[in-house]
Each structure stands twice: as C-alpha cells, then as structure tokens.
Ligand binder design. Sequence first.
Ligand code: PBG
Length: 323
Amino acid sequence: MYPLRRNRRLRTTDAIRSMVRETVLVPANLMVPLFITEGKQVKEEIASMPGYYRYSLDLLKDEIKLLYRLGLRSVLLFVKVPDHLKDNKGTEALNADGLMQRAIKTVKDSQPEMHVFTDVALDPYSSYGHDGIVENGKIVNDPTVAVLSEMAVSHARAGADFVAPSDMMDGRIFGMRSALEEAGFHDTGIMSYSAKYASAFYGPFRDALDSAPGFGDKKTYQMDPANRLEAIRETLMDIEEGADMVMVKPGLCYLDIVREIKDQVTVPVSVYQVSGEYAMIKAAAEKGWLDHDAVMMEQAIAIKRAGADIIATYFAKDIAKLL
Ligand code: PBG
C-alpha cells in the first residue's frame, strides 16, 4: 500500500530495470524463415517484404554462416517451386533432388550445427496453390496426409532435423510420426503448426513463393480467427499424435491463444510472427510513422511474454543484431 510501496523504485535506473525484468529474449529463441529459389547468385527482394529476400543455394551458404555468427541456431526453410514442376499430387515435393532437399543439404554443408526445420505442405508445389490435393473443388484429407508423410521422410532423409507441417490436415502428425518411425528417423522431430488460423496476414508470404490459392480460400482447413477452444483441441491432439513442439500462428493478434496454450501444454510453444506482421512494421517505418527497431523489439518481447518459447520471425536477424 502507498506510501509503503512505491513501484517506481524498481524503475529508476537501467540497472535495476534489467535486474527485475521478467522476460528475456536471446537469439537462440529465434527461428529464421528462409525463402529459397533456383538459380545462381540470386538474391531477390520480395516486393511486399522490404529487406527480405529469396536466395539461391550458392548464396544461402553465406547467409547461413552469417546467421550462425549472430547467434541464431535454427532456420525454417521454404522453397519457391518453378511453375512447370507444380501439379495436384505433390510429385516434386518427393523428389530426392528437389530444391528443398538440396537446400537442407546446403545448410548442413555450410553449418552442420544449424538446426534445420522444413515446411511440410503442398502449396508451393500445388498447381492450385492449396496445401493439399484437390478433388472436385475440395481439399481431400487422407490422400494429402499420405503424401505429406512421404514428404516428411524425404526431408528427414536429406538431413532435416525437424519437419514443420503447416497444412492443417487432420491426422497429419500421426501420419508423419508413423512414417518417420517406420523409416528409422526416430530423432527427426515434428514442430506442428497446431493452431494455424485462416489469416489475411499471410499475403506477403504468398507473394514470396507465388503460392496464393488459385480458387477459394483456406478456410476449410485453417482455423476460424473467432475460435479459442478449437486451438486448444487442435494443439492437444497434435501432441497426442506425436508433435515435439506446437505453434500458434500468426503472432500478435493471437497472443491470448498463446497464453492459453502455454498454460495447458508441457511441450515447447512456438509462435510465428508472419509476413503480414513484418510488412506492417516495415510500411509504417518507411513512412516515418513508427520507430522500426523499437516496435520490432516490443512486439518480440510481447510474444515471448505471452508464452512463446520460440519465435519464428522475419526480424530474427535484426533482433539478433540488437541483442
Ligand atoms: C504454407 C505456409 C504459409 C505460411 C507458412 N506456411 C501460407 C499459407 O498457409 O497460406 C505463412 C507464413 C507467413 O505469412 O509468413 N502452408
């Protein structure tokens, strides 16, 4: 009670503020999403993601070394697949010499200690731009799970440490875990995008990979932003099916969900601060309306405070530099 307690005493200097700080962020908490493309010496800026690039494999090597020097220890790989290799079956996704499989090897050759997570979903490979196989205008669940399970094994075989299914089919975690076990990949982990919302914040990402849905939207598999209990249900089921880590995606609009999930599970929780969240900060900063670094750091610490153990973010490099 005032005046016995004056809370401002704990805020008087930087020393005391940092001593009593409740949430601490370190570079090892951050996961770096990377966009990979075919070609040589390619470093293309993504129009709706200023300061973010697609790299060809030769340049990926140097980028990985740089990230590692900054204290970053994990990357999340996405590939931009040439149109002529797209179909409705995910054929190219299973190609042992495909871009993803080569990217995994490139990262491991460049920096074996870098932990490699790979996106598992069909959208970059799909002629329809959907995360699964399409039949009569519908995304069919079980045939998709079968392909994704093979895809996970193909990534493991190429050297991925973790697969990260982002497709939101039912039963995919069980399918992938079973397939990985059967193929002998007992140590390959699964980071499930367990509570992934059908969000408008993914727009810039779809520009980056040219993977926007050709018809309809993703609402029959990704979650309704209005739902809370469903996020918990999805997450608990994924853990039962064998997920080593779970995820909430996007970040900032869903911090209530992050906290609830953190309170209900005992596996690490990751949060994906997605492309649209990145784009908003960049756009406002470009206009001079917001202080880029201050807003970036505030959002990162807020995500951690809400309950994220791990944050996948396009700001990883910038944050690591400031830490
Ligand atoms: C693909 C996938 C998406 C993202 C990650 N994996 C896009 C989507 O579901 O349409 C979005 C990431 C971002 O916006 O940064 N399944």
